[in-house]
Design a protein around this ligand. Structure first.
Ligand code: FMN
Length: 164
């Protein structure tokens, strides 16, 4: 099955994990980029990113819309922002609203302290009953470790089983 890793990353942690996952699964790597970049440091980063997440924004994305029909298996990656997924994922999901149930969808989430209910919120936005696989990592680029590598390997194994 053709697989894509579609993700947003502001400070590189989700990007770090996305690249490892795509490499293991020979999947296409598709970063989402908002037209108007979020501030990536200091107070402004938390203020504007947090506000955007809390408001449930759908920021415009650069480039062509994700070619949804080209992939049978989609792995979504996002940081946790204010207890939920980052707004660029909402834009992506709404571009193919109502169709996600037809795909195998897996998700990984990077946070500073834990995922909270962010995976459930992502699932609700997608309108699917369950993920084919899910993974939660704590700042994998900034706090690398053997444990993360094991979790990534297990996640990829679950996806291989679900998407073959
Ligand atoms: C705007 C904003 C809000 C955040 N809110 C949370 C949060 O609610 N819970 C949490 O554990 N981490 C939170 N974080 C930390 C990030 O989820 C975490 O550092 C993540 O690994 C960053 O991923 P990235 O480097 O791919 O952007 C927040 C970070 C930002 C920028």
């Amino acid at each position: 099955m053709k697989t894509a890793v579609v993700y947003f990353s502001l400070n590189g942690n989700t990007d770090f994990a996305a690249k490892k996952i795509a490499e293991r699964l020979h999947a296409e790597l598709i970063p989402l980029q908002p037209e108007k970049a979020y501030p990536d440091s200091g107070f402004r980063k938390f203020f504007w990113g947090g506000k955007s997440a809390v408001m449930g924004e759908t920021p415009a994305l650069t480039g062509q819309p994700f070619p949804f029909d080209d992939y049978q298996c989609v792995i979504l990656g996002t940081p946790v922002w204010a207890g939920t997924f980052a707004p660029p994922l909402r834009t992506l999901i709404r571009q193919s609203a109502g169709k996600w149930g037809k795909k195998r969808v897996a998700a990984f989430i990077c946070s500073g302290g834990g995922p909270g209910k962010a995976l459930d919120k992502l699932k609700a936005e997608l309108g699917i009953p369950a993920f084919a696989a899910s993974l939660s990592l704590i700042d994998p680029k900034d706090r690398p470790g053997e444990e993360n590598e094991k979790k990534i390997a297990a996640f990829c194994g679950d996806i291989e089983r679900a998407c073959s």
